[in-house]
Design a protein around this ligand. Sequence first.
Ligand code: ZN
Length: 400
Amino acid sequence: MSDILDYLKEKQDNMLATLQYIVEHESPTLDKLSVDALGVQLVRIFEELTGGRTAVIANETYGDHIRGEWGEGEEQILLLAHFDTVWKKGDWPQPLIAVEQDILSGPGVFDMKGGLVQGIYAIHALHALGKKLKSRIVFLFTSDEELGSPTSRKLIEEEAQQSKYVLVLEPSIARTNAVKTSRKGVGMFRLEVVGNASHAGADHQAGKSAVEELARQITYLHSLTDYSLGTTVNVGVISGGSTINVVAAKAAADIDLRVTSQAEADRVIPLIMGIQPVTEGTQIVVTGGMNRPPMERTAEVGSMYEIARVIALEELNFELAEGATGGASDGNFAAPLAPTIDGLGAVGDGAHAANEHLVISQMPVRSALVAHLIEKLDEMKGDTGHGRRKQERLGAGAAE
Ligand SMILES: [Zn+2]
C-alpha cells in the first residue's frame, strides 16, 4: 500500500476544510475583486502546504493568475487548474456548502476547486514525505478558463512548451470516473448574410431574402456533422430580419464546430469558411476559426495513461478508466506542446449544474494518484522537442 495514500488519508479532513474555505470564497470569472480575493488565499495555501514559491501574474481584465513552483531541477512538469467558476454570486442557494455522508455539494467543487485542492495536497504529500524529484513542478492557477482562457492561454502555452508533461486537474468523467485522454477541438464561427429588403406584399419579387439564404446554409452546415469521425457542426444561435412584412435584408448564425483531430479541423474549416450563397443576389461573410485545438490521444498520452492505470491498480487498488470528451479545457492548449493527461481532478458529477458535487473519500485517492504520477513522470526521459515541433506546425496552420 502506498505511503502517499496513507498520508493523504490522514489528511482527508484538512483537505475537506481547505476545499470548503476555497468554495466559500466564490469566484465567478467576471468578478475580478472576488477572484483576486481567492487568489490571495491560494498563494498563502500553496506556500504553507508545499513550501514552494509563488508569483502573481497581474491581469487588468480578469482575476490575477498565480504561478506556483515547487522543487528545483532542469526539467519541468506542469499542473493546470483554474479557480474561476461559472457560478455568479447568489446563483447557488444558501448555504453554499452541504456535506451529506460522503458527498460535498457546492458551487465549483467539481469544476474544479476539488481537483485544485487535490493537486496542492499531492505536492504537499511529496513535500511532507521528503520525496526528492529531478524535475521542478510548476502549478498554474488561472482565472478565466470558463470564458475560454482569453488572458491565460499565452501563459499556459509558454509553460507547456517548457514542460515534459502536463497534468490537468479538471474533474474526471462523471459516472465512469475516468481520466480524459482526448478532448475535441472547438471552432467558433459567425456567418452573416446580406440580402435585399423589399415590401413583402407590394414588391416581394424585388427582395433577396437573407433569412431564406441562412435557412439553406443551416441545413448545409448541419450536414457537415459526421458522428463516425467525431465531427459535429451546430448552429446554436440565429438572428435575422427586421419585421414581418419585410423581405429580410440581414441574417446571421453562430456556429460551433467540434473535431477530434487537427487533420479533421483542416478538412472542415475550409468547408465553413468557403461557403458561397445559393440564393441569387445575396452575399455571405464568414468569420472565426479554431478557439481550442483538439487534445489528441497520441502514443505519448497513451503511455502516460498506462502509467497512471498501473499506479491506480498497484498502489491505490482501483481500476482507472480513460475516456474522451467533446468539452474543451486548458488541456487543449497544452496538448499540442507537451504530452497531456486531463481529468485528474475530482470524482463527482454536475459541472455547471445545480447538482454539482464531489465524493469526499475520493479526494485523498485522486490526490495520491497525482502525487505518484508526478513521481513516475519525473523519472521518465522527457522529449521537449515534441513541443517545439508542434508549435511550428500550429503556427503555420492556425485558423484564427
Ligand atoms: Zn473546469
